[in-house]
Design a protein around this ligand. Structure first.
Ligand code: HCA
Ligand code: CU
Length: 414
């Protein structure tokens, strides 16, 4: 159910600001917010107005911008923080407090009973001030908290009837999909409010954990562009969208403007001074690159054979790499057609053999392949060329290399 109907809480402008390379100016925040709003995320989470005077001004500006996405800000479980946050005019407050024994001992020093008392007081007060605001209560480091402590806190808060959402946070990236499923299923059974999941990616489970959270009944998932956040960050927007697209392509295409993703990833990468990783979900340079001859042949016949994501849906194109020893003649033939060259299948197979022989002895690129194809196409006397090439391949050396070595093994001009 939640897998078909979920919300993205985009936290590039809160969790993402905690990334070491991020130091967004007010203008940069607006362009990120606009790009994400265009993409279609349902919520934008902003850094607490308590963080700095400019952070407070940024909350006020964005609250007045009239975006489709609902604007949230993230605060500690304090009445003073809540008052300032409400004054900024945002549409919702994300309230958080640590419940793990480590955070209780080394951070705020409160017992579970004290946490319940404080949360009840602060949340009830916020609701009384702002009956229409969207209110979320979350526990930090939920997965290293005692489950009985956690459930006591959530049950008490849910019973107040003042929050829209309960949040579960995998603050240190320790959770696995099964653990997430179990914890969120229990919460789903015991409470009534919506459920949000916030997952860090220290051990590479953030996307899978988010999917599992939805599967278990969560309704809201926190993301950031490229996953930026504390340490190595949280669930990346693009990766999460790729996962949801693979689950339900039509619904995901309808919900978000997928063609805007590339711009969003590039915009944020540039602002925080990193490159989009080569293997990034959807927008990495190799995300739609095919190499092995067997793959290339099938891809050319029917892309779905080796692609779960259709690059066109994201405004991108696939690329078939052909200049290497794993190449196949179908891919070389496709390249010849792209170049408008007329070669028979037999000739293409010989070109392919020559490409492989050449790649065995040196690093080659597309220009080398194109040169070979052009040379073959230009040859009027194809019989002579076939015979010569067979002798070249038998010698394990390409005609080009042979000439470079001064050994005149072939008669054709290069
Ligand atoms: C942090 C806090 C947080 C909060 C998540 C939430 C986390 O460590 O900076 O509000 O649900 O990861 O616990 O980002
Ligand atoms: Cu976090």
């Amino acid at each position: 159910m939640s897998l078909e109907k979920f919300n993205i809480i985009e936290s590039t402008l809160r969790e993402g600001e905690q990334f070491v390379g991020a130091n967004f100016t007010p203008e940069q925040k607006l362009s990120i917010a606009d790009a994400l709003d265009e993409f279609g995320v349902e919520y934008l989470e902003f850094t607490s107005p308590l963080a700095s005077p400019q952070s407070r001004a940024d909350c006020e500006t964005i609250a007045r911008r009239g975006l489709k996405a609902k604007i949230l800000t993230h605060i500690r479980c304090h009445k003073d923080d809540a008052k300032i946050a409400l004054d900024t005019g945002v549409g919702g407050l994300d309230v958080v407090i640590g419940t793990s024994s480590m955070l209780r001992e080394f951070s705020h020093g409160k017992s579970i009973d004290e946490i319940i008392e404080l949360a009840s007081e602060v949340l009830t007060w916020i609701r009384a001030q702002a009956p229409d605001i969207e209110l979320r209560f979350s526990t930090e480091d939920s997965f290293r908290s005692e489950e009985k402590d956690l459930m006591r806190v959530y049950l008490a808060v849910d019973k107040l009837g003042v929050v829209n959402r309960l949040g579960i946070a995998d603050t240190v990236g320790v959770a696995t999909p099964r653990r997430v499923y179990e914890l969120i299923s229990s919460l789903r059974r015991l409470t009534h409010a919506d459920i949000e999941f916030h997952g860090h990616n220290d051990t590479g489970c953030a996307i899978a954990n988010s999917f599992s959270a939805l599967d278990a009944g969560a309704t809201h998932i926190d993301t950031s562009v490229l996953g930026i956040g504390e340490r190595n960050g949280i669930t990346p927007l693009g990766g999460f969208v790729a996962r949801m697209y693979a689950h339900n392509k039509a619904a995901t295409k309808k919900k978000y403007k997928l063609k805007k993703l590339r711009k969003v990833d590039q915009l944020v990468a540039e602002m925080v001074g990193v490159a989009v990783p080569f293997n990034n979900y959807i927008t990495g340079v190799t995300a739609f690159t095919h190499k092995a001859g067997i793959h290339s042949k099938a891809i050319l016949n029917k892309p779905e054979t080796y692609e779960i994501l259709d690059p066109q849906d994201f405004g991108l194109t696939r690329y078939i790499s052909i200049a290497h020893k794993l190449t196949g003649w179908n891919a070389i033939k496709d390249r010849a057609e792209q170049l408008g060259l007329e070669l028979s299948d037999a000739q293409i197979k010989l070109v392919t053999a020559e490409v492989k022989a050449l790649a065995d002895i040196k690093q080659i690129d597309l220009e080398d392949v194109d040169e070979l194809l052009h040379r073959w196409a230009e040859e009027a006397d194809s019989e002579l060329q076939i015979a010569d090439s067979i002798s070249v391949i038998a010698n394990g050396v390409s005609s080009k290399e042979a000439t470079e070595n001064g050994k005149q093994l072939v008669k054709q001009p290069l």
